[in-house]
Design a protein around this ligand. Structure first.
Ligand SMILES: Cc1ncc(COP(=O)(O)O)c(C=O)c1O
Length: 410
């Protein structure tokens, strides 16, 4: 296991202070900080290459070369076969609304879509609205309350011979559970349905291989993996070729252009490419980019297990605190280091405010994971407090949080 927190020096935001104390960024599931190389890539693009797509002059040509390599970089990160399988957009939510509409053209009333109680609303609402507009039927997959994992028996029951789409998350933004996405994809395919995976929360925490998973679509967001605010959709080329896109007539008729509506956020995409380069040089500086990314992400996964273990055991010392999600030290590979809790006698916002005033930034509420908060009956009481770690966090930061919480409940 490599302690990756030495990379902190590459992130200017991490040296900020609040009331004289170093800021602890535990709000990572809401958005991670950026290394200097990402910040430089955004500003260099704007300073030197800023141009629209397809022009007959140098800045446009340099900009297009960057866009091409950014598609290739994301293909390398996700294990896609071709850069044409990568679509950039405003964010995961917008891309999912867009593709769900295109998929809707292939559905008829009575067809079924399977969604889960554990998903962020961005992988729920687009399908609910599609059902409202097309007469397609929604089937929900339940959770197991004791460890907030998906109930796989409920999953099997939800899939029928009418299922056309199975939409599920790779990891939960609410409680950190990693779902068994390979089994989910296989179950979808066995029923003749396609699998749409939301990897927004998993992407900063471990390697992704869309070919091994065999998923039909997978979405993520660069601002969750140390890049700017840009969304990314992977789609199997057959699907992207086949689907009819909502697009303007002069735009490209082929993927990925046909789904990249309007002028893209070029500077953000330049930064996204740099964030992939950051991950690719974490542990290895030689070899193909894909191999280096997998090595970096595997190191992140291992290091973050030690962070999860420390955080969970620290939180368990606080009287009246309940962790929602996997806590068993033997099952840490079933979660990302996003640990959420409630504390008897306090609303989550009170705790987040107390910590925020002391320079420890955590999230509170439902973080748009509405279904699971309702299912756990926590929506009316303000949801949960979410402590979301990433590889630039340290054991010392975790201990500081635990000490502050001990003072809070004293
Ligand atoms: C699991 C998950 N899915 C989807 C989203 C939405 O992503 P975006 O902000 O890129 O639309 C988020 C954002 O927090 C998320 O955590």
């Amino acid at each position: 296991m490599i302690d990756l927190s030495f990379n902190r020096r590459l992130f200017p935001a991490l040296s900020q202070t609040h009331d004289g104390k170093p800021v602890v960024f535990f709000d990572n599931p809401g958005g991670t900080q950026c290394p200097q190389m990402v910040i430089d890539a955004v500003s260099d693009y704007l300073a030197k290459d800023n141009a629209n797509h397809g022009g007959a002059f140098a800045t446009s040509q340099r900009s297009d070369a960057m866009l091409h390599d950014a598609h290739q970089a994301m293909a390398d990160m996700l294990g896609a076969t071709s850069p044409d399988e990568i679509v950039f957009g405003a964010n995961m939510t917008t891309l999912t609304f867009s593709v769900s509409r295109a998929l809707g053209c292939e559905l008829k009333p009575g067809d079924e879509i399977v969604i889960t109680q554990l998903d962020h609303d961005a992988n729920v609402a687009p399908w609910l609205l599609l059902a409202r507009d097309t007469g397609v039927v929604i089937r929900w997959v339940d959770i197991r309350e004791e460890d907030v994992t998906l109930d796989m028996a409920s999953f099997e029951a939800a899939i029928t011979d009418k299922t056309k789409i199975v939409a599920a998350g790779y990891a939960s933004n609410a409680v950190g559970t990693i779902n068994d996405v390979k089994t989910i994809v296989d179950m979808a395919h066995a029923a003749g349905a396609l699998a749409y995976l939301d990897a927004v929360q998993y992407a900063p925490h471990g390697p992704i291989d869309v070919r091994t998973l065999d998923c039909d679509f997978l979405v993520c967001s660069a601002y969750k993996f140390f890049g700017p605010h840009v969304g990314i959709l992977y789609g199997k080329l057959d699907w992207l070729n086949r689907l009819s896109a909502y697009k303007v007539r002069p735009a490209d008729d082929r993927p990925p252009g046909k789904f990249e509506t309007g002028t893209l956020n070029h500077e953000g995409i330049a930064g996204t490419r740099a964030s992939v380069e950051y991950l690719a040089q974490l542990t290895d500086t030689t070899g193909a980019r894909r191999e280096r990314i997998v090595a970096g992400m595997t190191a992140i996964k291992e290091y973050e297990k030690t962070l999860s273990a420390r955080l969970i055991s620290g939180l368990q010392q606080i009287k009246g605190l309940r962790i929602w999600g996997v806590t068993d030290p033997a099952r840490l590979d079933r979660r990302v280091p996003t640990v959420s809790f409630t504390l008897e006698g306090y609303r989550p916002r009170q705790i987040a405010e107390y910590l925020g005033q002391r320079g420890i930034f955590v999230w509170d509420g439902n973080y748009y994971a509405l279904a699971v908060m309702e299912r756990l009956r926590l929506e009316e009481t303000g949801g949960m407090v979410r402590v979301g770690l990433t590889h630039y966090n340290t054991i010392e930061e975790i201990d500081r949080l635990v000490n502050e919480l001990k003072m809070f409940v004293r």
